[in-house]
Design a protein around this ligand. Structure first.
Ligand SMILES: Cc1cc2nc3c(=O)[nH]c(=O)nc-3n(C[C@H](O)[C@H](O)[C@H](O)COP(=O)(O)OP(=O)(O)OC[C@H]3O[C@@H](n4cnc5c(N)ncnc54)[C@H](O)[C@@H]3O)c2cc1C
Length: 417
């Protein structure tokens, strides 16, 4: 293998994992990041769930009706900001075209292939370096009603078909796993994935940054890539007022990858889907969750991060600002209060919003682009943390001229023609 000089644009969890594996493969790597540290944008305060069994597209049949029913509720899983943004309506059209059982199965298989691989790689990293990033084991899906149970059927069928260890639980079974769950909130049952996990993504990313730094990766903070210019033998990056030459570049710039690629003549249908989180100190440990849960009715996750509890979710289409919208925060506080009312004071939580870089079909895009020496690791949507380690390793293999450990069919630019 020839050693290359590679620039990675973006110091989120995806960029840092990619840089680490490129350095492990013997390349000279620089990460260019506009903030002062890694994991400051989408990777910062999301739910933290690493659940391959739950890594499925949002295009589960039956979901459009549920979304419509939520549009006018005061607490809602999904909201659409009225906007004339043509990119949004183009994205919605493509997204709706994926709402078929067969498409759902194809997209889920692609996402889960990467997510299972990624979880194994994450565990290997965590064991090898003895990483502590507030991991918990097991993810419990809460099904409030019979309707939620029905909506979960396609996902359940996939779990059974793929022989993924899981338990379908009645309310008593759910409470045996999470004894502090409030008894007065309606509960029809649950699905438990004992092998899935959750953890603090920015803590992990910062540790991996240190490890990558020791392996020679250079981090350039407060540096913004303004343009990427392909050259005969490599690429040149316009960084603020300077120029940086490299043999190849990996674009891992989250939602801003769209603009960098567009300037190169490459259109990718990634759209920002805003989400929120509330993180509160646990005041009553006996009344707090043991590990991660997912409230299927509101598509809101509850995770335990050491001495804190995080409630994260909601999806807002058409909102591009950092504004913390009252309706979304109310939804998080409601879900926290519904399930673990005495665990924390949710009104005093730290609230955050971030942007999921979503493709309409679900799986991310990794690998080469039509432009030589320009690679991507983008579009991880709501599963970027769950897929970062695997996508980083697979892309480092591709750039090094090796076959990745898993089949990456359906995870490359080829699927958009
Ligand atoms: C509410 C919510 C809950 C979520 N829950 C989960 C979950 O439980 N599990 C899960 O797996 N995923 C979850 N996600 C999704 C996850 O947050 C993302 O998929 C993931 O963080 C994407 O990582 P990234 O590195 O691609 O992007 P980012 O973390 O956004 O990193 C991109 C980086 O690129 C930098 N950048 C951009 N443009 C430039 C430029 N021109 N020059 C220099 N730097 C640049 C940015 O500053 C940023 O640091 C959730 C997301 C949200 C919003």
């Amino acid at each position: 293998m020839t050693q290359k000089q590679i620039a990675v644009v973006g110091g989120g969890v995806v960029g840092v994992c990619t840089a680490y594996f490129l350095a492990q493969a013997g390349h000279e790597v620089s990460v260019i990041e506009r903030h002062q540290n890694v994991a400051q944008e989408a990777s910062f305060a999301h739910a933290g769930i690493v659940s391959p069994g739950y890594s499925t597209p949002w295009t589960v049949p039956g979901m459009p009706r549920k979304i419509l029913s939520h549009l006018f509720k005061s607490e809602a899983a999904v909201s659409v900001k009225p906007t004339f943004d043509r990119a949004m309506w183009r994205w919605v059209r493509r997204w709706l075209s994926e709402y078929e059982l067969e498409r759902y199965r194809i997209n889920s298989e692609r996402m889960q292939r990467m997510a299972y691989y990624s979880r194994d790689i994450l565990r290997q990293l965590s064991e090898y370096y003895q990483l502590d990033y507030e991991q918990t084991r097991g993810v419990l899906q809460l099904l409030r009603t019979e309707k939620d149970r029905k909506l979960a059927e396609p996902a359940l069928a996939l779990l059974a078909e793929n022989e993924v260890p899981h338990q379908v639980l009645d309310p008593e079974g759910v409470r045996a796993i999470e004894p502090a769950l409030a008894s007065n909130t309606p509960l029809a049952g649950g699905i438990y994935l004992p092998e899935d996990e959750a953890g603090n993504c920015p803590l992990f990313t910062k540790r991996l940054k240190q490890i990558a730094g020791t392996a020679g990766v250079q981090f350039h903070f407060t540096s913004t890539v303004r343009a990427i210019e392909p050259e005969s033998r490599g690429v040149a990056l316009q960084i603020d007022d300077g120029r940086y030459a490299a043999d190849a570049v990996v674009i891992a710039a989250g939602i801003d990858s769209v603009g960098l690629l567009k300037a190169l003549g490459i259109e990718v249908p990634i759209y920002p889907v805003k989400g929120y989180s509330a993180t509160a100190l646990i005041k009553n440990f006996d009344r707090a969750p043991q590990s991660a849960l997912m409230d299927e009715a509101y598509k809101v996750a509850i995770t335990r991060l050491g001495g804190r509890i995080r409630i994260a979710g909601t999806a807002e289409l058409g909102a591009r600002s950092d504004e913390l919208r009252e309706r979304a925060l109310r939804t998080l506080v409601k879900v926290g209060g519904d399930w673990f009312p005495d665990a924390a004071n949710y009104a005093q939580a730290n609230f955050w919003c971030g942007t999921r870089p979503m493709l309409p079909d679900g799986p991310p895009l990794i690998g080469a682009t039509p432009i030589r020496n320009v690679y991507v690791n983008i579009g991880h949507g709501s599963c970027g943390w769950a897929m970062a380690a695997g996508c980083g390793k697979a892309l480092a293999d591709i750039i090094s001229g090796h076959a990745p450990d898993i089949d990456i069919d359906g995870l490359t630019m080829a699927r958009y023609g």
